[in-house]
Design a protein around this ligand. Sequence first.
Ligand code: MIG
Length: 699
Amino acid sequence: MAVTLGIGMGYAMADKSYMTDKGVAVFYPSGYDATQHEPSPIFVNKLKFVGDVPAEWNLRPEFSISDGKSMVRIPVGEGVDFYGNGEVSGPLRRNGKEVRFWNTDAPKYEADEGRRLYQSHPWVLGVRQDGTAFGVIADNTWKSSVTMDDDIVFESEGPAFRVIVIEKESPAEVLKSLADLTGHIEMPPLWALGYQQCRWSYFPDTRVKEIADSLRINRIPSDVIWMDIDYMDKFKIFTFDKEKFPDPKGLNDYLHDRNFKSVYMIDPGVKVEEGYWVDDQGTDADYWVKDASGKPYVGEVWPGLCHFPDFTRPEVREWWGTLYKDYMATGIDGVWNDMNEPAIFNVETSTMPEDNCHLGGGGLAPGPHLRYHNVFGYNMVKASRDGILAANPDKRPFVLTRSNFLGGHRYAATWTGDNASDPELMKMSIPMTLNLGLSGQPFSGPDIGGFFGDCTPELLSQWTSMGVYFPFVRNHSAAGTRSQEPWAFGPETLEVCRTAINRRYRLLPYIYTLFREAYEDGMPVMRPLFFADVKDPSLRSEQKAFLLGGDLMIVPRWAENTARPNGEWNKIVLEDTPDDGVQANLYQRPGSIIPVAELSQNTTEYNTDRLTLLVSFDPHGKATGRIYEDAGDGFEFRDGQYADYIATASTDGNDVTVRLSQTGGNWNKPPRSIRVGLVTPKGIEYTPWTEGEVVSFKL
Ligand code: MIG
């Protein structure tokens, strides 16, 4: 069957299709050439045949070639709300939008009016009015784009590609299926969930120490200090500036002694310089991306002229991984991969020529940059993660990346690149992070306070007051802008930021459990409000208020008249974190129990020896919650070294019983003190502390 829309626009149904999982169908165009697309970077396993697509299957892609472009159209009908699309600027709901898949260094998200950013996720989530949902993956790395209206239309500059359609009862089910197909995140180290302080221009090492000391003196709970490019010797990766950072091990020891971790930047560009061992090794082994004539491509970045590793090649990834061994041995805890679109200076396109050559290998065919551009960052962070893990096999790797591709959440967390100290970009960071979560990447967040431009006290206060509820929490700013640490604007701003960050640390038992959920079934950590009730149409476009997990609604103070889910969501204000009129308002879902720790100054000190259970009853007098705990680093949790609890609360007349029962893991936590915080419309009423796992009291 072929549908003709107009001259040269003939669409044809799939040449071949089959079910590859429950509710997951794959459709192939005629003339499909697997060597142009497989092995796919998106999927953890080869897509296997599990049955035929049933006759009643609804969403059927139609394929065509038009003007040399490969097109796919998926008629979805009216009344669908679109989400996902990966890292995108603009609103949460994607109807009527176009996204270009061509990873781009996009300062302030202005390139192509925000239609292309640092990452590409050829992925659309559709939610129907009745709450049922579907997902569409274009298994295609070539330069392409998507638009969403009554049809979803993909258009690619590469050869015809296959399309995967997921059909489920709810968006959450679609995301679980996406995680099964594209992989689950690894458990991050607990420290990576703490507050992180960064700035482009923390140098020399004495300045870094000063920042660390200021965080402690000002009693700002914090876990990580970041080293931007300033630590390198002439921006040569894997080196340290001899004057500004003469003793990296000493600096890292200093930070560790104060319970900080350190994260250092590594870019992909390798300075062209004879005698610089990284460049020598890569040149000797012929590891660089080639230009169209077959010579190593040279492009300008921070160090000047640079070579670029051809990360499509397994042996290059392997080599890249080995570079991390001595580097990590200086006590570096995590790695920040920047500029990996790859960004190139002084060229109009801001990246490599499309006819540059990548060699592939390991089953992957050689191909032009047009094919491999979008997975340059993806392949880089894959290699980084493997190398860091090999260097420190007993630690959970932490990699932060700017560029990535659908499926790359397996290797790195992300941040949303170069925003600005502008209230509009603060507001936009909510839908951006939500859509990343709806695209398989649960671990992300913006530069809090904004990257370009001078921040103001009001903006930093507001941004920190909502930013602490994002999965990734880092204050970062560009060189040459006004200082933007919490104390940089005087005591009032400091106080507001401290209160917000205190809340983050008190909520860690809950947040860590959410990461466990992401690891288990791909659920985003930060979720759009419509997840509270997918059948409620009034929630579908809400992008100021959001959910942290399933049980906590966050309403930033600057956000007025946000949509609200039905039911009695009561406001909670935790102790040590007074309501100062700037903090985001937190509301707890009726029927939930949220675990809260005592305040700690960092995740090394953090513990749950005294655990508060915030109980918010549903109309039937019931509530449940979950607490997942493990060592917070290492891999022993895989062998059962963890404790998973269900918390239940029930009422019998005026008698309330709240119980913590271990449901999984063979970690035996020593007895602890618990208490209940009963959440009511008037506030939280606390019981006295008791030893053990049961709290009983009278209403
Ligand atoms: O060309 O390393 O997005 O976070 O501070 C700018 C300096 C390079 C871009 C990153 C930003 C980082 C900056 N980098």
